[in-house]
Design a protein around this ligand. Sequence first.
Ligand SMILES: O=C(O)c1cc(=O)[nH]c(=O)n1[C@@H]1O[C@H](COP(=O)(O)O)[C@@H](O)[C@H]1O
Length: 308
Amino acid sequence: MINKLIEKIRKTNAPIVVGLDPMLNYIPKHIQENAFAEFGETLEGAAEAIWQFNKGIVDATYDLIPAVKPQIAMYEQFGIPGLQAYKKTVDYCKSKDLVVIGDIKRGDIGSTSAAYAVGHLGHVQVGSKKYAGFDEDFATVNPYLGSDGVKPFIDVCKEENKGLFILVKTSNPSSGEFQDRVIDGRPLYEWVGEKVAQWGEDHMGKEYSYIGAVVGATYPEMGKILRKLMPKTFILVPGYGAQGGKGADLVHFFNEDGLGAIVNSSRGIIAAYKQEAYASFGELNYADASRKAVEVMIEDISGALNNR
Ligand SMILES: O=C(O)c1cc(=O)[nH]c(=O)n1[C@@H]1O[C@H](COP(=O)(O)O)[C@@H](O)[C@H]1O
């Protein structure tokens, strides 16, 4: 999958991911009204609205981008119908040949991690048959429980040709509270980054490892250090747009080959029509506003990379 991701980044010339993080308050009135007319103001109605909203965005952007990242919490809040909308979104994006990064941020003791890994990336055995549960291409993993909590994910990735993005330095304001703590002379995120690079060594793709890292766009100096520490690790970089990250901040997340990072924007793309810059599109044309926001993001990042 890392090979496919790289191939698609090269083809689209767009090292970006559209984050499909639908909140009801981003969803245009007409979509909500249609969904509620059919299913009522119910969890099913909400799930239908988020699915229709996502479909509009995917249809308007899939030819420009290599990948999407649905964040499962945004679906889970609507219970089982929400999870059905998540699965429908994953399948639809795959039918459009997009690489799907399931943002599930799991990680537990080994046996429990194994179940998460099977459910999201692998096949579960039922009697004599095997079934894929969610079937994303990549998943995000929280490494806090250590190697035995991560290994089951890596094992399933090897069997299934899938990949991971493991949290190394997150984009949020409090991420330093634990992640920046200095241990034996180095911050914790460096220890984790080094470990991610090691885990990745025995699951290499053609150019980069199947085992990637997450490093927030909001910490560009740390990104620069981590880039050097993990040369063969692909970095998922969230925090662009709504959290303040800009193209110029991101150049050091990339290697000299112009690869090595993929930048996510969720609210900045899916709720673009609510921003002043794209307000002229109007609520009805929300998906066209998202397409424009993708074009602007690609321009911003490739411009910054060309000028470095
Ligand atoms: O793993 C992630 O994707 C992630 C890690 C991180 O450090 N920071 C972070 O914002 N994310 C996710 O990236 C997305 C960011 O959304 P926006 O701020 O709307 O672009 C959300 O789905 C977050 O859960």
